[in-house]
Each structure stands twice: as structure tokens, then as C-alpha cells.
Design a protein around this ligand. Structure first.
Ligand code: MSP
Length: 523
């Protein structure tokens, strides 16, 4: 089985979208942010140096409108919500390195530099334009992009007819170069069907991109350096965040970091990234991002979860009620990456009970209780292992291969499923070895040491593997088994075969079972 090895010391840059501050963070935003966090932790364990960016996108018409509706100055309004995003991610233990804000002074200067550079190179022109504009998307939509009722399919609102003179970025010039790039780099958009979707979109002539908004309509944006009557289009401003955060265009630009860029997004903003962002970079003469990872949507009762549709699930409420790591596990286990998934509370509680409380939680607690009560310190040696013991221990390697392959292929579900199967194999082993019976027979004490030692080695491996997804539970396992401070941080080429485990006094506390909510009776 081929598993691409991550190179020790290799640097990479992963980003989430920078979120609009017109909504509070909900489960949809949490998915991409949690996934980026899991990927960072997974790669860091394997020696990669990962820089992780998230942040907030703070300009544009919808934000101006919301601030006005609340009677607040736009800057006061965006400060509040940006803080809300940052503190939510901090409370959720998200390990971001950069929290980017598009209202920072450095950002304004860099965006104006990019605009001026493109204008000087003849990449930006002034033209009259008429079209249908969706304020929710902050973009003009073609008829083919509207649903059968003529509404924006994401916001379920009719776009407004707008006619105005604006500046245009001559994106169409780059159509050929972009097609060539997408054809030559099969990993540039993943999963594959999104690359095909963009290539098929590029079979139609590409129109130019309107990159300005007149100040009569929008003041809350970055002023064009060559025409003070206009501010720049929010997408032009926002996309540059990824690059500016690495120090571009200054002397200190960390160009090495820009060599491996993985942007994590959902399909709503695929075109903005695959087409707008790529052509902007081509025009600026900057290397294109290595990979775009595109997820589907989290749906609630068949519709995309979003603030504007009023069906958003609050991640912090779930965490407060059902514990810290469960949300991370549920989101990764339930979504087949690239496709849509439906969130249900029943599914969430089932996942918690079946895989976390009854799965790993029960296994760890069973083993810990028997070993602590009867042995305290567990010792074993290789020569004492039976064929069955060895078979189980070998499964650690197979699971790690499946786990790494799942991450490499963006099939996170497969990784989690392989891990859950390993927990099941451990349970079956305990059922077969009956350590509770061995404990009652003084002549079997040495065999009890071996069986418990095998189980503890399995728990150590399960904890290390799952640490990026369940960091709190993994820390608890490492503490109870006295594995040492750095046990979860790095992952060598094989699992350590410990000869001795000294168990701590406190029983590990993992996942309490949860009650299914009572169904409402509508009759
Ligand atoms: N501000 C822009 C992005 C600019 S990036 C240069 C934006 N912001 S957003 O707040 O609307 O966030 C969109 C992103 O949030 C999606 O691409 C996805 O990562 C995440 N999600 C928001 N709702 C989601 C779902 N219901 N399901 C899955 N992800 C979702 O667009």
C-alpha cells in the first residue's frame, strides 16, 4: 500500500476561509476550522511544520447594512463579531497561528499595492456594466446560476438589477493559462469532481471580474488607489489575505511558506478561489496555491445551514452539553469529504454513545479498572506474547496505514472508521481473554500482566492516532497511563512497545453517555 510520506521538517500553510462578520460562528464554519485544526495536528505529529491561518472578512455591503441596522459604526460592529469568532475558536482549542483581519492597516496597504500594480500593467479597465446582483454572495450572478424561480440558490432571494460604471480586472486574459494549470496539476482542486466542474465552467468564455463598487453604494471597503470615488470589491480584498499574511509584498515575504499552500473551503466559494483567486495570482506573477480542498455543505432538514436561513446549529452549545471532543469526531466521521451531509441531533448522540462512550471510553475504563485494581504496575516481555496477542498488536500498524491513507486521500471518514474497527478488535480481544477470570486465579497472574500490557499498548496507539481529532480525550489517556508529556506530539515510524505501564491514581474520565432527546409530539 502506497502512503505518501510527509517529509520531516517540511513546511506547509493551511488556511480556512476568512469568515464574514455578518453572522456568529455556527457549525458550518466550525467544520472547516476544525478540519484545518485536525490536519495541522496530524501533520505536526509527523514532523511537518504547519502554519494555520483563519480570520475574518470584514468589508462589503452586507456588513455595512448590518452595522447600520444595529445603529453601530462599522468598525465597532466588525470588532465585536471578529472577536466572537476568535474567542469561539480559542474556546474550542483551535490551534491557529494567524488570525487575520481585513480591517488591519497592513492589509489595506497591500491590497492597494496589488490594485495599483495590476492597473499599471493594464490588467484593470473602466467599463459600464449591467447585471443581477446578489448581496448575500456579494456578486453578480448569470441566469444559469439562478434556480428555477430566478432566486440565488444559496440565499433564496431574488438578485437586484444593477447598472453602473465600474473597474474590471481582465480575468478573461488568463482563461487559457488557468485551464493549462488545472489540467497539468490534478491535485490543484480536490476531490476530483470539483476540478472537473471548474474545467467544464472554463469551457465557456470567461467574463471579466468587476472589482470596484461606487462609494454612493458602499463606503465600507478599501479605496481604489487610482480612483477615490470607488472602493474595491470585497472578494478582491478578501482573497489577498492569504498572501498578505505571509508578508507579501514586503521585503520579509516568507516565500518558502507560499510553496505549499492548501486552502480549505466549502463548495460555495469554489469559483471565487479556483477562478478569481488563481487569475489574480497569475496577473500578479505569484505562484498558484498547491491545493484547494473543497467540502460539501452541512445541511439541516435538507437545506444549507446558514445564518440567513435561520437554521444554524451553535457549536458551543453542543460542546457545553455533550463535551469537548465529540463535535470534532462527529463532523469528521459523518461527512464524506466533498459531499453534503445532514446534521441531526439523534445522529450526534448516537455517534457519541456508540463510538466514544461505549467504544473507546468503555474499553479504556474496563482495562484501566482491572489493571489498576489487580496489578497497579503492568509488566510484560515479548517472549510471553501469544500468537493472538501479536495479531492484535500488529493491527496497530495496519490501522495507522489506513489512517494515513485516509488523510492523504482526504477520506477522513475512512481514517476514523479504521480507528473504530481497531477499538472493536480490542473489545473482542478482551472478551476472549477474560481478564476478570484471570484475576481470580493466582496461577494466572503473569498471563494477566501480558493481557493487560497488550491492551495498554493498544490504548496508547489508539490515543496517539486519534489525538488530532480527540485532543482532550487523548491527553486524558496519556495522563492515566503515565505516557509522559510528549507522547502525543510525535509519531515515529512504528509504535513503541512498552514493557511497563505504571497507572496513575485517577481513573480516566472520557465520554459519559448521553440521553436521546425526546421527540416532540406534534399530534
Ligand atoms: N468571507 C468569505 C470567504 C472569503 S475567503 C478569502 C465567506 N465567508 S462565510 O462566512 O460565508 O464562510 C463561508 C465558509 O464557511 C464556507 O466556504 C465553509 O468553509 C464554511 N461554511 C459555512 N456554512 C457552511 C455549511 N453549512 N456547511 C459547510 N461549510 C460551511 O464566504
Amino acid at each position: 500500500m502506497f502512503i505518501p510520506m510527509l517529509t520531516q521538517g517540511h513546511r506547509s500553510y493551511i488556511t480556512t476561509p476568512i469568515y464574514y462578520v455578518n453572522a456568529h460562528p455556527h457549525l458550518g464554519h466550525s467544520y472547516t476550522t476544525i478540519l484545518a485544526d485536525v490536519v495541522k495536528r496530524h501533520r505536526s505529529q509527523r514532523g511537518e511544520k504547519v502554519t494555520f491561518l483563519t480570520g475574518t472578512d470584514e468589508h462589503g455591503e452586507k456588513i455595512q447594512q448590518m452595522a447600520k441596522a444595529q445603529g453601530k459604526e462599522p468598525q465597532t460592529f466588525v470588532n465585536e463579531i471578529s472577536h466572537k469568532f476568535r474567542s469561539t475558536w480559542e474556546k474550542m482549542g483551535i490551534s491557529f497561528d494567524i488570525f487575520y483581519r481585513t480591517t488591519s492597516p497592513d492589509h489595506t496597504g497591500a491590497v492597494q499595492f496589488a490594485l495599483q500594480k495590476l492597473k499599471d500593467r493594464g490588467e484593470i479597465v473602466f467599463r459600464e456594466y449591467e447585471g443581477k446582483y446578489c448581496v448575500g454572495c456579494e456578486q453578480f450572478l448569470n441566469d444559469s446560476e439562478l434556480n428555477e424561480r430566478g432566486l440565488c440558490p444559496d440565499h433564496l432571494k431574488a438578485p437586484e438589477a444593477r447598472k453602473e460604471a465600474n473597474y474590471f480586472f481582465l480575468m478573461s486574459r488568463y482563461q487559457g493559462a488557468l485551464i493549462e494549470h488545472m489540467e497539468k496539476n490534478p491535485k490543484c482542486i480536490r476531490p476530483e469532481h470539483y476540478r472537473q466542474e471548474m474545467l467544464s465552467f472554463l469551457r465557456q468564455p470567461l467574463t471579466d471580474l468587476c472589482i470596484s463598487r461606487p462609494k454612493e453604494r458602499l463606503t465600507w471597503g478599501i479605496e481604489l488607489p487610482f480612483d477615490s470615488r470607488f472602493v474595491t470589491y470585497v472578494w478582491f480584498d478578501a482573497l489577498l489575505n492569504y498572501l498578505v499574511a505571509t508578508g507579501w509584498p514586503g521585503e520579509g515575504w516568507d516565500q518558502k511558506l507560499w510553496e505549499t499552500v492548501h486552502h480549505l473551503i466549502a463548495k460555495d466559494i469554489l469559483k471565487a478561489h479556483a477562478i478569481y483567486w488563481s487569475t489574480i495570482l497569475l496577473a500578479l506573477g505569484v505562484q498558484l496555491p498547491s491545493e484547494l480542498h473543497v467540502s460539501g455543505y452541512w445541511l439541516v432538514e435538507g437545506t444549507k445551514m446558514s445564518k440567513s436561513l435561520g437554521n444554524a446549529i451553535q457549536p458551543m452549545e453542543l460542546e457545553a452539553q455533550y463535551g469537548k471532543d465529540t463535535l470534532r469526531f462527529y463532523l469528521l466521521r459523518e461527512m464524506s469529504y466533498g459531499l453534503d451531509s445532514t446534521f441531526t441531533l439523534e445522529g450526534y448522540i448516537h455517534c457519541l454513545n456508540a463510538y466514544l462512550a461505549n467504544g473507546i471510553g468503555n474499553f479504556v475504563s474496563r482495562v484501566y479498572t482491572i489493571a489498576k485494581k489487580n496489578l497497579g504496575t503492568v509488566s510484560l516481555s515479548e517472549s510471553e506474547l501469544t500468537e493472538t496477542d501479536r495479531k492484535l498488536l500488529l493491527l496497530r500498524v495496519k490501522t495507522r496505514e489506513a489512517w494515513d491513507l485516509g488523510f492523504a486521500e482526504l477520506k477522513y471518514q475512512n481514517a476514523i472508521k479504521a480507528w473504530c474497527e481497531l477499538v472493536t478488535s480490542c473489545d473482542l480481544y478482551v472478551n476472549e481473554m477474560k481478564p476478570w477470570a484471570l484475576a481470580k486465579d493466582p496461577s494466572q497472574i503473569q498471563r494477566l500482566h501480558v493481557v493487560m500490557g497488550v491492551c495498554l499498548r493498544m490504548i496508547e496507539a489508539l490515543g496517539i492516532l486519534i489525538a488530532p481529532v480527540l485532543p482532550t480525550a487523548a491527553r486524558e489517556i496519556a495522563r492515566a497511563l503515565n505516557l509522559g508529556e510528549h507522547a502525543l506530539e510525535s509519531m515515529g515510524t512504528h509504535f513503541e512497545d512498552r514493557m511497563r505501564f505504571v497507572l496513575t491514581e485517577d481513573t480516566p474520565k472520557l465520554f459519559p453517555r448521553a440521553q436521546m432527546p425526546l421527540k416532540e409530539n406534534h399530534s
